[in-house]
Design a protein around this ligand. Sequence first.
Ligand code: NAP
Length: 290
Amino acid sequence: MRNTFHFDTQIIGIIGHPIKHSYSPFIHNVAIELKKIDYVYLPFDIPSSNLRSALKGMTALGIRGLNVTIPHKEAAIQYMNNLSEEVTMIGSINTIVNDQGKLIGHNTDDYGILETLLPFKDDILGNQVCVIGAGGSARTVIYTLIRHFKPKKLFIINRNERRAENLKDFFTEKMKFSSIKTKELIPPAAFEVMKDSKLIIHATPVGMNPNENDSITTSSDVFSKGQIVFDLVYNPQNTLLLKTAIRAGAKTLNGLNMLVNQAAKSFELWTGVDFPKEEVQKSLQLYLSN
Ligand code: NAP
């Protein structure tokens, strides 16, 4: 990693709380090094009480861009001068561009989801899909599915069905998509919906490190050959849910590809330089296997 910085070195980074487990500094600094550009990416641990002053500081210090993660993805919106189009649908930001003192809020998670699912477009078109979860990431997944894939039927399965209903009402009205249904996350009804879905997307933190023994289900009967199961969790890469789906012969996708792709879009917004996706993905795999 380089250790010389100059007057012209541009600062980019990430704000969140806690922040020390984020892979983003690794991902972006590898890309910076590969592209030989004069940037540095730094993590900033910012509790909610300091969010406003941190964003003022971003402008004052001329920080070129920031990623935004938990718990600031929604709260940071109020401090933006402008928002990109997708943010008005997704309701959260994960990237800020400082455009000569004006802060523009973007969300690049939808691009990460799109790039992950694009190879399966034909499988999704005309089929039933289901999303497990109704939080921030589920909302982005649903927006991306409707905008780019138009599934025949879209089920939102959530522990608290009211939250799923709220998402259904929002997207039915805003995107004029009337094929959304909801289900409470309890067997056997929820598992029947999963069984009948060509694509299952898991968008809750269940199974995430350090709770690797947790899973929405450990019954491989829920899955089948020909299904695609996408778990947004990337730590661990092979969640118990994905292991269960693999046992049934389903095709599985973990959250790592999404993570690298959302980073790619953020990087390109800040630097205007193409992000070296394949090399970064290889470095990240190596880093995680050590
Ligand atoms: P979030 O907003 O906190 O998600 C909350 C959702 O998870 C709600 O639907 C909640 O259900 C459900 N949930 C939480 N604990 C549960 C449990 N024990 N049983 C059943 N449902 C439970 O989180 P998020 O920001 O959407 O993130 C979700 C996951 O996506 C995280 O693991 C995160 O790491 C991952 N993610 C990955 C990427 C990537 O690039 N790969 C990007 C963003 C997020 P209720 O409504 O019933 O409470």
